[in-house]
Design a protein around this ligand. Structure first.
Ligand code: NOJ
Length: 585
């Protein structure tokens, strides 16, 4: 999920945009529409991804411990339709099946995450290491490599061991830094001979804001104004520690890379001639991506965050800033702890300045920013409420990263679009359009000089979408969650993405148009398969509905009516007998 809270402040605005037609590759000009035909640098890595809790299922199998998401999703009212990730895509049992889907796409890499409680059930390494969990990831990694697919492995995609939450308060507590480091060190030891791309945290913004500020995500805490900042502070320290562990203990031997995956929407000023809007848009990006990227690349929080949170804290009569501070030693320890930067990007917002007057108790991460978010109602939004397709924002964000952080090596770790649950349409032309346009903007960014080395389509499969449950489908492959075998069906976008990968880009207009036509043609057979399967399962459900009342009727007859009638008959016979006997006497 993205900033749903932000949607509260996100009024739909009819924007009259004066788009000036610019030339290609000058990203400061608003050449939003043009398409660029060309190819990616040789060796560019194409991938798809998923994460442990979203896809594995097997939540309580083979010695796995509980995570905060297991517990959160089992509480009523937290997730759409009270869905859980208990079985999800059953990925735990489908390594080979899923790798054959990746082969079909000709992926160069697959991004997945390791479930911390699957390999360390209590979260504390000295308590117990679960060998079966290690075996599962060993097998997954080995099979990927046998098929020439590079594993890109995330250590933390939100599934903190529950015990660490209960005992210490999770990321509110500094002790997480050491526990996480132990877990990461174990992963380096067990898998680092084969895994060369490590991501410490996935989207820490979400962990901090949605987990500890708004409470929409596990662990569901609403510590407004302080919880997110404190969680983020510990996460940044934990990231740095793990990077140093790798650097000092494993790098020479294993020769891998350790990065972090940050998510960020692009923020565009509503009025590009208004200085206040320009600053507000910059603030939006700094409070989002910059919150984590600036300490990691420059050693401290963005100045604008320190200024705004500090000033608001003073206005609220709080002695020190709600934004914690790094000591000089910490700053130099954190600075430069990134071998590559993972970028997860989905959408863009228009931003305008707005004064949010602080009031006691009403302070929050969101009001600290003094801005309002707006969307253009003409932007396509095929799925998730927050996800508008705005491809040009992607190029701008990538260029922002280049200029702000010294042109680091970038892997796009997430980019994609969803559709609504009830949509069983496999001919997902809107997803083809989204991928085509976003990948094209990434190509333009590379031409701008941004150092993007790989791209990860999000996601390989439809999967558990956090607080949205299964109601939003991001997959290239459709998963039939009603069927306990969780069969996968290719959507049309599989064919399209596969062709981008094979051609390493967009050769020319005629071919790209052909791809689209063929993809949509081919998906009709999968549509028929899925429709047939749906008819079969609908028929089975109807039969079950018919059968169920019959069964319960029979059960009532045998379990209640028959014994009651028997007992009554015995009683009546006894009374009658006694009556006869009395009369005789
Ligand atoms: C970012 C999260 O990292 C990912 O798990 C999720 O599926 C996407 N956002 C889409 O909501």
């Amino acid at each position: 999920m993205q900033p749903r809270c932000a949607v509260n402040v996100c009024h739909v605005l009819m924007l009259v945009l004066c788009l000036s037609a610019g030339e290609d590759f000058d990203w400061t000009k608003s050449n939003h529409g043009s398409f660029y035909y060309g190819t990616f640098p040789t060796g560019f890595s194409w991938g798809a991804g998923g994460s442990a809790y979203q896809t594995e299922g097997a939540w309580d199998k083979d010695g796995k411990g509980l995570s905060i998401w297991d517990v959160f999703s089992h509480k009523k009212g937290k997730i759409q339709l009270n869905d859980t990730g208990d079985s999800s895509c059953e990925g735990y049992y489908k390594i080979k099946d899923d790798i054959s889907l990746m082969k079909e796409l000709r992926l160069n890499h697959y991004r997945f995450s390791i479930s911390w409680p699957r390999i360390i059930p209590t979260g504390v390494k000295s308590d117990h290491v679960n060998e079966k969990g290690i075996q599962y990831y060993d097998e997954l990694i080995d099979h990927l490599l046998e098929n020439n697919i590079t594993p890109i492995v995330t250590l933390y995609h939100w599934d903190l061991p529950q015990i660490l939450q209960e005992k210490y308060g999770g990321w509110q507590n500094i002790s997480m830094v050491n526990h996480f480091n132990e877990f990461a060190n174990l992963c380096f030891e067990k898998f680092g001979d084969r895994v060369k791309h490590w991501i410490t945290f996935n989207n820490p913004w979400s962990v901090a804001v949605e987990g500890y500020e708004t409470g929409e995500h596990a662990p569901g805490l609403k510590l407004r104004g302080t919880g997110a900042y404190r969680a983020a502070h510990h996460i940044i320290k934990a990231h740095a520690k793990v990077w140093h562990t790798y650097d000092t203990q494993w790098r020479v031997k294993q020769k891998g890379l350790v990065g972090i995956s940050l998510s960020g929407d692009w923020g565009e000023p509503v009025d590009i001639s208004n200085q206040k809007d320009i600053e507000a848009a910059e603030r939006y990006v700094q409070f989002y991506l910059g919150w984590f990227a600036t300490p990691i690349f420059h050693g401290d929080y963005p100045q604008v965050m320190k200024d705004f949170v500090g000033r608001k804290s003073v206005q609220q009569g709080i002695g020190t800033s709600r934004l914690p501070a790094f000591s000089p030693q910490e700053k130099s320890y954190i600075k430069g702890t990134c071998d590559f930067l993972g970028i997860g990007h989905f959408t863009t917002r228009y931003i305008t300045h707005r004064n949010d007057q602080p009031g006691r108790g009403s302070n929050s991460y969101f009001t600290d920013r003094d801005l309002a978010e707006l969307v253009d109602p003409r932007w396509p939004d095929p799925g998730s409420e927050w996800l508008y397709s705005v491809p040009w924002g992607f190029r701008r964000l990538l260029n922002f990263v280049k200029t702000q952080y010294g042109n680091p090596m970038i892997y796009v770790t997430e980019n994609g679009v969803s559709e609504k649950m009830m949509c069983t349409e496999l001919c997902d032309e809107w997803r083809i359009q989204y991928y085509k346009d976003y990948i094209n903007e990434m190509l333009k960014a590379i031409r701008d000089g941004v150092n993007v080395k790989g791209y990860t389509a999000w996601s390989l499969l439809d999967k558990f979408e956090w607080d949205e449950g299964y109601s939003e489908r991001f997959g290239l492959y459709y998963v039939d969650f009603r069927n306990k075998n969780k069969p996968r069906y290719p959507k049309a976008s599989v064919q399209f993405y596969k062709r981008i990968i094979s051609s390493n880009g967009f050769p020319n207009q005629r071919e790209v148009e052909n791809w689209r036509r063929k993809s949509v043609e081919m998906c009709s057979s999968s549509n028929q398969l899925l429709a047939a399967e749906e008819q079969r399962s609908t028929a089975a459900n109807i039969l079950r509905l018919i059968h169920d009342p019959l069964t319960s009727h029979m059960e009532m007859v045998t379990e209640i009516v028959v014994p009651t009638v028997c007992t009554l008959s015995i009683l009546i016979s006894a009374v009658f007998l006694m009556f006869l006997l009395r009369r005789r006497n």
